[in-house]
Design a protein. Structure first.
Length: 358
């Protein structure tokens, strides 16, 4: 934590997607590091959301706007003059991407191009960490964990749009931010690919933990679509500290770290949906689930694992929570929330517990 404070304290950090689940946690961590933060994002998607519960607008400059508003985004970045940019904003849901495929591509691919075009307008050194997803890989649904240099692809519009975003990033890196002339432009780009995140304060639609908690709180039976689907689940704090470590390294040695990094759990902590539900019920104390019988559900990948060797060997990062701890902390967070404990206190407790184990 101290080395991150030395990097980010007093620095200007521009965060897209700051009103979302991951963005809200990110703003809180950056505040603890002493950074000066500006966020750019749409308004929170649900009335019940972590951004408002944390009163995040009080600890950062917040602009509610759309990545597709090219001129507004350029002005926002130029006015703020950031030292770091973390690009978290996205249309992040696989199932929703089937309903709004064109918008998904616009936000995730063109929105990324708009942001990088804004960064081009800066005249000083700036380190940019762009967050995509573990789903950018061409998924053969095999046991082999995907490495950063594996083929990109995407079956559903969400996954394909994020793979497109990676092509955009690579093109901008080659065309405008080429590392061979970094002394001239001062910009360095890196990509963070994270697995499925869990943690307190997520109330989004079509996400496993929010659906589980809503059912458990109301004493409903949990309904799950794909019990055997396997994902690299991890607590939200894990990749966020990974992104921050990547930003730090990118700032210090841009030539070495201008590439993609996977952030996920150890392979032994990659769990099926059914296992996630069973463990959540265990830590809640009671509950039940059934398997939804619906052959009309859109395609979602059944098996996905990440190889995190590059992050382990090159960054000062490794998973801190195992799967049991991640689920236990997440369920305890929601139980605490329903018992009336302050959301800010719950978030700070999880961050402090994480740091105590590092």
């Amino acid at each position: 934590m101290q080395s991150l404070k030395e990097t980010y304290s007093g620095k200007k950090v521009f965060v897209t997607g700051h009103t979302g689940f991951k963005g809200s946690w990110m703003i809180q961590i950056l505040s603890m590091l002493g950074a000066k933060v500006k966020g750019y994002a749409l308004a929170p998607e649900t009335e019940l959301n972590l951004f408002d519960k944390l009163s995040s607008a009080e600890i950062c400059e917040s602009e509610i706007n759309d990545l597709r508003n090219k001129e507004s985004l350029v002005k926002s970045v130029k006015d703020f003059q950031p030292d770091f940019v973390f690009h978290l904003a996205a249309q992040p849901l696989v199932r929703l991407s089937y309903e709004i495929p064109s918008e998904t591509f616009e936000v995730n691919a063109i929105g990324t191009a708009n942001l990088l075009n804004a960064v081009r307008q800066l005249k000083h050194k700036c380190s940019v960490v762009l967050i995509t997803t573990d789903k950018v890989y061409h998924n053969n649904e095999w046991e082999y964990p995907y490495r950063e240099d594996d083929r990109l692809g995407g079956y559903d519009p969400y996954s394909a749009s994020k793979a497109c975003a990676e092509l955009v990033i690579d093109s901008y890196r080659n065309s405008f931010f080429n590392t061979s002339i970094i002394e001239a432009h001062g910009k360095a780009l890196a990509v963070g690919r994270a697995g499925n995140v869990i943690g307190g304060g997520d109330w989004s639609k079509d996400r496993l933990i929010p659906d589980i908690v809503k059912s458990l709180h109301k004493n409903y039976t949990i309904s799950i679509r794909n019990p055997n689907a396997v994902r690299p689940w991890q607590h939200v704090i894990e990749p966020l500290f990974g992104y921050l470590e990547l930003g730090k390294k990118l700032f210090e040695v841009p030539l070495k770290f201008s590439k993609a990094y996977n952030f996920g759990p150890n392979i032994s902590d990659t769990l099926s949906v059914a296992s996630m539900v069973e463990k959540s019920i265990k830590y809640w104390g009671n509950g039940s689930f059934n398997i939804e019988q619906n052959n009309d559900n859109p395609h979602e990948a059944g098996l996905l694992k990440l190889d995190i060797s590059r992050s382990l060997s090159e960054l000062n990062w490794k998973p801190v929570f195992n799967a049991e701890t991640a689920i236990e902390r997440t369920i305890a967070w929601y139980k605490g929330y329903y018992e009336g404990i302050s959301v800010k206190k719950l978030v700070e407790n999880d961050i402090e517990f994480y740091l105590s184990l590092k």
